[in-house]
Design a protein around this ligand. Sequence first.
Ligand code: INI
Length: 160
Amino acid sequence: MATVNKNLSVYDKATIPNANGLRFGIVVSEWNSEITEGLYSGAIEALLDCGAQESDIIRWDVPGSFELTFGAKKMIKSLKVDAVIAIGSVIQGETKHFDFVCDATAQGIKDLNVTTNVPVIFCVLTDNNMQQAIDRSGGKHGNKGTEAAIAAIKMAVLGS
Ligand code: INI
């Protein structure tokens, strides 16, 4: 059965590998920056809480979620990172643009996971409205950035 309203910020530290010595890249979309900055804060806090060093976390910004794939690809090629977190927020508007951006972003990140040896974590909120995004970037449903950081640590260890 699907988990209903799982709080995205809850994790059991005892079950998470120590992230000390692992290197993380974080690519952040500038669109809906009030949301993506909340996701970034959640991710950073969890990485540090689990033992990652600040000097081992590299942030790059890209204009929108559509550009996350290229940013993550370039990061994997230019830097030695153990995992990349791709952070974005796409909010439904009046046109089909939402669907194209969401599809391309999800497919692009999936393709990187298939074709490179560095895991790329999908930390992209795809919401019907701003309130849903607020609720998931440090609001009542927790922070998807936290969930993404925990996934990044687990996948970095799996890939190392
Ligand atoms: N990009 C987002 O990250 N979120 C959005 O909500 C959004 N909307 O609504 O248009 C968005 N569009 C920009 C897109 O990601 C690209 O940056 C743009 O198309 C240039 O390639």
